[in-house]
Design a protein around this ligand. Structure first.
Ligand SMILES: Cc1cc2nc3c(=O)[nH]c(=O)nc-3n(C[C@H](O)[C@H](O)[C@H](O)COP(=O)(O)OP(=O)(O)OC[C@H]3O[C@@H](n4cnc5c(N)ncnc54)[C@H](O)[C@@H]3O)c2cc1C
Length: 574
């Protein structure tokens, strides 16, 4: 069954990007009809809610946008789209003020009333604004209240399954959704659609993102033949909680601020090992610390569950318990004493730097389609600084809202959808009902192992080819099994199947892009090509699917603001 709805703006996803887009589009033109469609419940799903550490912003007089920018470019190993990075950093200042003064957030303060900035690894200034160590709950709750208070329509527990082109194929006409509560299909025709489904590399054995994220947005864009960049760039957070295989808490993140505040990492022999890997010790960037931990794990110097330990007690258990209350409670729930003892940790897939190619104003090559947040590629390059993620989604979400409102003013009217595409996509989504039920979860477990073992923290050609074979075999099996066609309302097995389909499609792109990049930059480390290559001739990968074939090409990075070897910092230039 297919129901049809019409709206001016359709926003897919209700994280920081989606909700900011809704607010800014409404502010730009209150007459526009705006619909937020989200896989979970508004305010309760996605990763913005899970933000712990905080929000990077250069507010302190001792800091500067140039310094924040250089940290971002150098952290991203010269691959970021510099215009996007500059917009991110300069607009973050205005966005944080908006969050406090208009949205109603309240962040922690210094005794003089200024916003407190905490230390985050890989940055040259303590600029991470926060609310304790559970910043995302403050941000998303207040955003949710603001959206509720406006005439913005909501389609909660609605999963987007396809972007539907217009009948002439030249622009986008809307999106096809499944109402998870009833199993009904809904086609939402929209003048502008925002992709804000938040990426989320949940195809790895250890991962942090929320369970509703399965790369659906990028998989939909891929199927439409749109270009995806930096797809090899999966960020591993060094300190995922390791509490054994029987708890979903394994893989969840213990925030960066722990290392920023002076936490130590110890191997299985209880020896502090970071000095063997980097002079910045535990405050080195996430990629370096993750690789160091992985190397200790491969050398079998591990904790009982196969990871390493984080130790905070030398900072004073009382201080740790006050400063990192949320983290201490999370660890206590799993039987660990973070303030006074040792907690087992493991690198965990955390963030996806890759995404849909877009312009600074969030428009894409397909008229009518916009993208913001973790679905958008370009701002971070090879590495995302901790604290730049939520800044990215709120900054570009707001920009997307304004851009879509302006775009609709210039391009009024809905565009008739490609009816055959709707039919094809409905058939595709219902494909599993036509086949004999199989064990979807077993395949998901296989995928998580394949990606962790062969396309993970450290890569080489042999492992990547092996990983590709495994992923293709999993795909073959998945396409051969189905789910039982009983009640389609809240048919979670069906949605597990669809999640796995998206994850497999994107896993293949990650693996092929990782094979294509024969050097090591940021999150992507090739043991067979450990050199970073020539920075001045840096390229980024762009993947595109055409007629079922995946092409990956290299494109030259344009250094529009600063070139390798240069700096915007006065003291560095002098
Ligand atoms: C545990 C954790 C801690 C983090 N801590 C920090 C931090 O301290 N600082 C920082 O800067 N960043 C942090 N991040 C990263 C940060 O959360 C993300 O960068 C950012 O929130 C992404 O925002 P978003 O709006 O793009 O996506 P999300 O907030 O993830 O929202 C995605 C939305 O899309 C919806 N969705 C998914 N698929 C579909 C579909 N098919 N159809 C419809 N809707 C769909 C989801 O339900 C959700 O509503 C953290 C991430 C995690 C997981």
């Amino acid at each position: 069954m297919l129901e049809r709805l019409k709206t001016d703006i359709l926003i897919l996803g209700s994280g920081g990007a989606g909700l900011f887009a809704a607010l800014h589009a409404h502010q730009a033109n209150p007459d526009l009809s705006i619909t937020v469609a989200t896989k979970g419940l508004l305010g309760k799903c996605g990763c913005t809610r899970m933000v712990q550490g905080g929000y990077n912003v250069a507010l302190n007089p001792g800091d500067s946008v140039e310094r924040h920018f250089m940290d971002t470019i150098e952290g991203g190993k010269w691959l970021p789209n510099q215009d996007m990075a500059w917009t991110l950093i300069t607009t973050a200042i205005e966005r944080v003020r908006e969050l406090e003064n208009e949205v109603g957030c309240f962040f922690d303060r210094n005794p003089d009333g200024t916003l407190h900035g905490k230390a985050f690894a890989g940055q040259t200034f303590d600029r991470t604004v926060h609310k304790g160590d559970l910043t995302g709950i403050e941000i998303i709750n207040r955003l949710m209240e603001q959206v509720w208070a406006r005439p913005i329509a909501r389609l909660e527990e609605h999963r987007a399954v396809a972007l539907i082109p217009a009948s002439d194929g030249q622009s986008l006409a809307g999106a096809l959704l499944i109402d998870v509560r009833s199993g009904t299909f809904r086609f939402v025709e929209a003048k502008a659609v925002l992709l804000a489904t938040g990426g989320g590399p949940t195809m790895y054995r250890y991962h942090t993102p929320s369970g509703d994220k399965s790369m659906d947005g990028l998989a939909m864009a891929l199927r439409l033949g749109l270009p995806l960049r930096d797809m090899e760039m999966v960020q591993f957070h060094p300190t995922g909680l390791l509490a054994g295989p029987d708890t979903r808490m394994t893989g969840t993140v213990l925030e960066e601020g722990l290392r920023g505040a002076g936490g130590h990492l110890l191997n299985g022999h209880k020896r502090r090992f970071m000095e063997d890997y980097d002079p910045k010790l535990e405050r080195a960037t996430r990629d370096i610390v993750s690789r160091a931990i992985y190397a200790e794990m491969r050398a079998k110097r591990t904790s009982p569950h196969g990871g390493v330990y984080i130790k905070m007690s030398h900072l004073g258990p009382d201080k740790v318990a006050t400063q990192f209350k949320g983290m201490v409670e999370r660890c206590a729930d799993c039987g660990f004493d973070l303030a006074g003892g040792l907690v087992e940790v493991v690198p965990t897939a955390h963030y996806f730097m890759g995404g849909l190619v877009c312009n600074v104003d969030t428009s894409t090559e397909l008229p009518g389609l916009f993208v913001a947040g973790e679905d958008a590629g370009g701002a971070h390059g090879a590495n995302r600084l901790g604290g730049n993620g939520v800044a990215n989604s709120t900054v570009f979400g707001g920009i997307a809202g304004e851009t879509m409102a302006a775009w609709i003013a210039a391009n009024p009217g809905h565009r008739a959808p490609h009816e055959q595409a709707i039919g094809t996509e409905m058939a595709r989504a219902q494909g599993p009902f036509a086949r004999k039920p199989g064990n979807v979860n077993a395949l998901r477990e296989q995928l998580m192992d394949a990606m962790w073992d062969d396309v993970g923290v450290m890569r080489d050609a042999t492992a990547l080819h092996r990983g590709l074979q495994k992923v293709e075999a999993i795909e073959g099996e998945l396409l051969g099994i189905g789910v039982s066609d009983g009640d389609r309302a809240f048919n979670l097995t069906w949605h597990d199947w669809l999640n796995l389909r998206s994850l497999v499609e994107i896993s293949k792109v990650i693996t092929l892009a990782a094979l294509k990049r024969e050097n090591s930059r940021g999150a992507h480390y090739r043991e067979d090509f450990p050199d970073e290559g020539d920075l001045a001739t840096s390229t980024f990968t762009v993947a595109r699917q055409k007629d079922g074939r995946l092409d990956i090409v290299d494109e030259a990075v344009r250094f529009t603001i600063v070139k390798p070897g240069q700096s915007l910092l006065k003291d560095a230039a002098e």
